[in-house]
Design a protein around this ligand. Structure first.
Ligand code: TGC
Ligand code: FAD
Length: 409
């Protein structure tokens, strides 16, 4: 048998991807719809991602490590709680700014955007919306500065799309609450300090609780065998007779409506975020189409490659319009959860389609880590599933259109 030839560090390809030459597609001059402040914030975050995220993110994804070193700068960039009022350490920004920030972070990696989404929409938002004044003052500034890391535990091993089936229980015992249960797929949990846990109380009502993750009885084993979001932490969260003071209950959260309202905030950010992943994939495909030659000419000169690029820009443009309009509805206070479902559903599918098509444009090189496309494609397989699967969002909008519930029965 022959001795295997060592694999070279870099394959001898005729083109490489230059992220510094990134050109954001804006085919319909949508920048005209943004304020100067919104564009300036977007530019600042874009530069941060190019300068600090892109050089390291592929190695983290390959090694399945979370880029913890980036967290202080993520906080300094205002990416944790951008829409939380400044009085609590947040950015006090409108929904458009939050969306643009998520778009730029996800151009780097969906896992990093997940980190920001969970912190902002699934931890800070419920504390701000449903917490006591004491809880807000204790946690929100610390979370905004990343001095505390938070996670959100709704999904259970046997209850994903149907969280109403949750089995986790929170039983009152004098001045304390005792939590027992098993949550699964919790982003950030293994490196987290506090968890927003959803459980049924003595009356059978869904309630939210803040559980410090160093309490006796809590364990957060990390889920390691992921092919997706490898640069993000995803964990089990197991509660075995965990005691918390009754004051750790979120006083204003009662019923499934409370965790679902947090999902509305996170889904909104995802509808914007995935546009960033799609832009990165499109940009890599465009650069390659211009530079890679076959049959004596750049492959971008072939009609079938042009069709792919045109399709990508058409879909990205439509997604940008959806996200921007959704942002305006959000800022006007009239956005409905069903409208968020439509945008999350459409834009995730769009980004996944763009990633798959970009991978084809890159040919064999498309499976290499020196291009961002395969990593985005694998990440988007999670993004289209979490925060409500594609099918669940289809049924949410379907129910809205027909008045008929197709979830069960
Ligand atoms: P249903 O009877 O429809 O609703 C119960 C109550 O909640 C209200 N509601 C909402 N409120 C605000 N926002 C929403 N999106 C809402 N959806 C429903 C509803 O009006 C009702 O209120 P009330 O006052 O009448 O009680 O509840 P259902 O049990 O029939 O469930 C409906 C369904 C299937 C749509 C829902 O359970 C669902 O969305 N399932 C998907 C589960 C999901 O998305 N899980 C995500 C887990 S977290 C996550 O994935 C984080 S990944 C983060 C990252 O890393 O980036
Ligand atoms: P299931 O609900 O078992 O669904 C399996 C399939 O059945 C899907 O295709 C689904 O669309 C389909 N299906 C289910 N019901 C119906 C129906 N009525 N009609 C038609 N089709 C249906 N959760 C958290 O609480 N916190 C987190 O931080 C978090 N982070 C995550 C990070 C990652 C990387 C991943 C992968 C998941 C994360 N989740 C988190 C969980 C995520 O929200 C769930 O995976 C998702 O809601 C789907 O649940 P499930 O995986 O149990 O799939």
């Amino acid at each position: 048998m022959r001795t295997p030839t060592p694999v070279p560090d870099a394959s001898p390809v005729s083109t490489t991807y230059d992220p510094a030459a990134f050109e954001a597609p804006d085919y319909y001059a949508l920048d005209d719809l943004l304020t100067e402040e919104e564009k300036a914030i977007r530019q600042r975050v874009r530069e941060f991602v190019t300068r600090e995220v892109l050089p390291v993110i592929e190695a983290h994804a390959q090694a399945m490590t979370f880029p913890r070193d980036l967290v202080p700068e993520i906080a300094r960039q205002g990416l944790l709680g951008p829409s939380i009022p400044t009085a609590y350490g947040g950015g006090g920004h409108n929904g458009i700014v939050y969306g643009l920030m998520m778009q730029e972070v996800e151009r780097g990696d969906s896992g990093l955007r997940s980190f920001c989404s969970v912190m902002s929409s699934l931890v800070m938002y419920p504390i701000w919306r449903y917490g006591s004044e004491e809880q807000k003052r204790k946690w929100l500034p610390a979370l905004a500065r990343a001095e505390a890391i938070g996670c959100f535990a709704l999904t259970e091993p046997h209850h994903g799309s149907n969280p109403a089936g949750m089995e986790t229980r929170a039983v009152r015992d004098g001045g304390e609450i005792v939590i027992n249960g098993h949550k699964r797929w919790s982003t950030n949990a293994s490196e987290g300090d506090v968890c927003v846990v959803w459980a049924r109380d003595d009356e059978g009502d869904v309630r939210g609780y803040l559980v410090e993750l160093d309490r006796p009885g809590v364990s957060t084993p990390r889920i390691m065998d992921k092919w997706s979001l490898r640069a993000a932490i995803t964990s089990e969260v197991i509660f075995d007779e965990v005691r918390i003071p009754a004051t750790n209950q979120l006083p204003e959260a009662k019923g499934l409506r409370a965790p679902l309202s947090c999902l509305t905030q996170a889904r909104y950010g995802i509808a914007w975020g995935v546009i960033g992943a799609a832009m990165a994939c499109y940009d890599a495909a465009l650069q390659h189409a211009r530079n890679r030659e076959q049959f004596g000419r750049p492959i971008g000169g072939f009609q079938l490659i042009q069709e792919r690029l045109v399709e990508m820009v058409s879909e990205i443009t439509k997604a940008q319009l959806l996200a921007w309009r959704l942002g305006k509805l959000k800022d006007a206070g009239t956005m409905r959860p069903q409208q968020v479902s439509l945008a999350k559903r459409n834009n995730c599918q769009m980004a996944l389609d763009v990633a798959r098509s970009a991978r084809q444009v890159l040919g064999g090189n498309g499976v290499l880590g020196m291009y961002p496309v395969m990593r985005h494609m694998m990440n988007l397989e999670s993004v289209i599933t979490y925060e409500g699967t594609h099918e669940i969002h289809t049924l949410i909008v379907g129910q809205d259109l027909t008045g008929l519930n197709a979830f069960a029965g």
